[in-house]
Design a protein around this ligand. Structure first.
Ligand code: BG6
Length: 283
């Protein structure tokens, strides 16, 4: 485990473990690389990403918290919350079997207390790097009253070609098409990709399996999460995004472990909620 100056002068933690390697920026506590030993990188990171304090890194696993997308009441608030723009504290690194386990911390500041979500909180993020990647986001309410929040571990998976990739595990769940605002009925087959896709599956607990046309399968097993978001910007939106290459869209797919909209988390004073997700690649 090594702290280094990363891109744009931002601080990065580099991990070379027995079973896997990884890179995590303190900016957003954002995992930007995870590669199992002998395998390929699992995460997509845009070549056009900005690396600066004022912007979110485009790729890896941005943490969306404490709201998802545009803030419902404050259109000027940053999309997907302040956590991916904040500087997290690196509080611990230890080994557990073949895994390297890192812990990062974000707490409220005068700026967050003046934001659209002004509550006192502690967010503790544990990243375990081994043959599998395990992410756990624990949020604690440090207020004297209850609060609600949304969250997403907005994972950008690297795929060989999204047009041949499928996501199984979401059959049987009706979804909100975020491009039209219309709720569409559950499908019988795994999700495939032939156009811009931005879907929210509420009430989708458990496991999703991403099958890459190159033969790799990524299993995503979650706990504490009730929503899944599936996103690919396709051609036109890719062209509109300044921090995403115009030709990069076939090589990525976001499958996000989330609690958003009707699945937002309500926490009583002093209580915690943890959302955990494990990514495992089989070849
Ligand atoms: C996805 C949303 O989770 O994130 C999309 O469903 C959004 O609507 C995408 O475009 C990227 O968001 P951002 O703020 O990182 O550009």
């Amino acid at each position: 485990v090594r702290l280094a100056e990363g891109r744009g002068g931002l601080t990065v933690v580099r991990v070379a473990g027995r079973a896997g390697s990884a890179e995590i920026y303190l900016h957003g506590a954002q995992v930007t690389d995870f590669t199992p030993v002998g395998g390929q990188p699992v995460l997509f990171l845009s070549g056009a990403s900005r690396f600066e304090a004022a912007a979110a890194i485009r790729g890896g696993v941005p943490i969306c918290f404490p709201w998802f997308g545009a803030h419902a009441l404050d259109p000027a608030a940053p999309a997907h919350g302040f956590a991916r723009l904040g500087e997290w504290e690196f509080v611990d690194a230890h080994e557990s079997d073949d895994d390297v386990v890192l812990t990062f911390l974000l707490t409220d500041t005068p700026a967050t207390r003046a934001s659209a979500w002004p509550h006192r909180f502690e967010a503790r993020y544990t990243v375990s790097i081994g043959a599998r990647l395990t992410l756990a986001l624990q949020v604690t309410n440090r207020e004297t009253d209850a609060f609600t929040y949304e969250e997403a571990l907005h994972t950008y998976l690297r795929v060989s070609d999204v047009r041949g990739t499928t996501v199984a595990g979401l059959q049987g769940t009706a979804f909100l098409n975020q491009l039209t605002g219309v709720t569409e009925p559950a499908e019988n087959n795994p999700v495939g990709f032939a156009t811009e896709t931005d879907r929210l599956y509420p009430g989708s607990r458990g496991r999703a399996t991403v099958a890459d046309p190159d033969g790799r399968t990524v299993t995503i097993e979650s706990d504490g999460s009730d929503s899944t978001v599936v996103w690919n910007p396709w051609i036109d939106k890719a062209a509109r995004m300044a921090d995403f290459g115009d030709d990069e869209w076939p090589g990525m797919l976001c499958v996000e472990t989330a609690n958003v909209r009707r699945d937002q988390v309500r926490l009583d004073a002093g209580r915690s909620h943890t959302t955990t997700v494990v990514f495992e690649v089989t070849v």
